[in-house]
Every structure is written in structure tokens, then in C-alpha cells.
Design a protein around this ligand. Structure first.
Ligand SMILES: [Zn+2]
Length: 142
């Protein structure tokens, strides 16, 4: 099935504005940081102005070590946006970082049918260009 999508084939368009902008600025520096409430300590991801737990507006960008486990995933076989047409099939996953926050991401480095729940993974940063680096994960070999 072929779909017509008038959206621009630009993976960066949603990354460099709004509350997500700071998240991707850290990624460009090769740091996986997440918002954390400075009043109650709850992680806040996706980034947003107010804590969903205590309604505080105070927050910090707390670092993680970039290691975690596969929480769940789906395999994308057909790109909904032409920008991803050359990437399919790929595993769109939720990774739970060892520090607690969960991140929607990609799993690379092995065929999607070899993924398992709880598989240890580590972050790497995929440079789209000199402004955007996407955090993706690969199996952690220790
Ligand atoms: Zn809070």
C-alpha cells in the first residue's frame, strides 16, 4: 500500500523546538539527560514545564549513564513518513534506563526478531547532521 504524505521529509523538524529542544541539545553533546523535578525528584519525560506528580515548575537536567533494558518494542515495516523509508524494518522500542526514566527510541545492532524483554542495552548517538543527534540503543556486551 502506498500512502501520500504531505509532511516534509525532515526528521529534525519536531526536535529543535518546544520542550524537547533542550533534550536534543544534551544529546548533541553526547549526554543522555532527562528532566527531573527539583522538589519531589520524579523524572519528567517527555520534557515539559510542570511536574505531573507535585505540579512544581522547578526542574534540572539530570544525567544518566545511558544504560538500561528493553521494556517493549514493535517492528516498523512500513514508513509512515518518507524520511524513514530507507530505515525499515526497524525496532521502535521503549527503553527503561537504570536510573528510571523510559525513552521511546530505536534498537540497532541486531535484527528486530532477536530482541527480548529485559535485554541490556546502551545508548549511542546517531548524528543526523551537525545539529541533531538521535539517542539510539544497541545490545550491551559486558
Ligand atoms: Zn515534582
Amino acid at each position: 500500500m502506498k500512502t501520500e504524505n504531505p509532511a516534509p521529509a525532515d526528521k529534525r523538524s519536531v526536535l529543535l523546538r518546544g520542550n524537547a529542544k533542550e533534550f536534543y541539545e544534551w544529546c548533541r553533546k553526547r549526554e543522555l539527560r532527562f528532566q527531573r523535578c527539583q522538589d519531589c525528584g520524579v523524572w519528567r519525560h517527555p520534557p515539559r514545564p510542570m511536574c505531573g506528580s507535585c505540579h512544581s515548575m522547578r526542574r534540572e537536567w539530570a544525567p544518566t549513564l545511558g544504560k538500561g533494558k528493553v521494556y517493549c518494542w514493535t517492528v516498523v515495516h512500513q514508513a509512515l513518513d518518507p524520511a524513514f523509508a530507507n530505515e525499515v524494518p526497524y525496532a521502535a522500542a521503549i527503553v527503561e534506563l537504570d536510573e528510571g526514566p523510559r525513552l521511546a527510541t530505536w534498537i540497532t545492532g541486531l535484527p528486530p526478531d532477536r530482541l527480548t524483554v529485559g535485554m541490556p542495552v546502551e545508548v549511542w548517538f546517531d548524528d543526523l547532521d551537525d545539529q541533531v543527534a538521535l539517542p539510539k540503543f544497541r545490545p550491551l556486551i559486558e
